[in-house]
Design a binder for this molecule. Sequence first.
Ligand SMILES: Cc1cc2nc3c(=O)[nH]c(=O)nc-3n(C[C@H](O)[C@H](O)[C@H](O)COP(=O)(O)OP(=O)(O)OC[C@H]3O[C@@H](n4cnc5c(N)ncnc54)[C@H](O)[C@@H]3O)c2cc1C
Length: 388
Amino acid sequence: MDQIFNNTENAFALKTDSQLERAYFLFKLIANQPLVRIGTAVTNFAIKAHLPVESLIRATVFDHFCGGTSEEECIPVVDKMFEKGVCSVLDYSVEGKEEEEQFDATLEKILKILRFVKEKQAIPFAVFKPTGFGRISLYQKVGEGKELTSDEQDEWNCVINRFDVVCKKAHEMDVALLIDGEESWMQDAADDIVATMMRKYNKEKPIVYNTLQMYRWDRLEYLKQLHMDAKAQGFHIGMKLVRGAYMEKENKRAEELGYKSPICISKQATDENFDAGVMYMLDHLDCMAIFAGTHNEASSYKVAEIMKTKHIENHDSRVWFGQLYGMSDHISFNLAAEGYNVAKYLPFGPVRDVMPYLIRRAEENTSVAGQTSRELSLLKQEKKRRKL
Ligand SMILES: Cc1cc2nc3c(=O)[nH]c(=O)nc-3n(C[C@H](O)[C@H](O)[C@H](O)COP(=O)(O)OP(=O)(O)OC[C@H]3O[C@@H](n4cnc5c(N)ncnc54)[C@H](O)[C@@H]3O)c2cc1C
């Protein structure tokens, strides 16, 4: 089974020769840390100075990591991936806005996406980030149990209402809804809202999915506690399991403020915690559904292995694998070829607005050196196979 990930013909079947060359060139650039730093600074400057760099960005990083500037523009990519059995999750990747009008605009956008994906088999999930609906400092204050001023209370009611409007719509439209996980200091308040939404809208089946970041040592306990509530109150749990994207930030803050870091003590501890989460969820599929968001081959392999030993069908609707568009195609397309449910996050949005997302991808790939060299060696292998 682990051999299946080496099939580069499947992995890159959708890439033309020139797209393959572009991907190789891109990952070569990204592997170079000083270059990424300079590139990021130059691009930020160029965008702020309104220099005409958008077409250059589009032709390079943007088209590799994003589906388009609007949901409609993503459709050719969505359709092509679906021909190979890989689904999409349209991810409106505009980040870092902190005004009420902006939160309302994001809400409208997510509602539009829900209407857009309704009954599209190729797009079985919608997704949003809690900080798309409210200020991070407000989540933090609520999570810390501090008293809110009356203005803040009004603002918080609006945040809860935004969650409720999208979850209700997702329920009405029968589209599963993933809610991303973010920094631990805002996550408690978000978790409480999402649990309330699960109670309301997951009565018959999992529609609302929260995210468990398994680099946090307390998440398995959290899952078990939620499971007890679910059993007692009769609702289903939808969970995206990931390792977590904010490790450096988390450790730094914990050290600066002098509290115990919420992050596992080592990569191995995170890996074991992730596996334990997978195992727990697959053990309780009677009331749970899992979306394993990972680029880790061993984890993906393990999920598939456990499914096999538990006689869970590859295509069971309660088990999904997820990767990001532009990364780890060897996992996505080879799993799909074996009949597993796979969905790739397909980011989209105006080029300028998705720049923070793209910069994170470049930085992440630079810091996860192993992953970039793996992408490079797979691309090289496929170039060789095609005699390019
Ligand atoms: C479809 C999808 C959705 C995602 N959604 C979210 C989300 O909602 N929220 C979010 O935070 N992230 C999200 N991520 C990102 C994810 O959390 C990881 O950062 C990323 O996928 C890398 O982890 P990995 O499992 O692919 O593999 P690996 O490359 O094996 O793991 C790297 C990860 O391991 C952990 N790690 C590394 N070193 C250490 C160490 N010394 N000690 C402890 N832990 C360590 C970190 O979490 C690091 O990111 C998502 C990823 C995917 C593919």
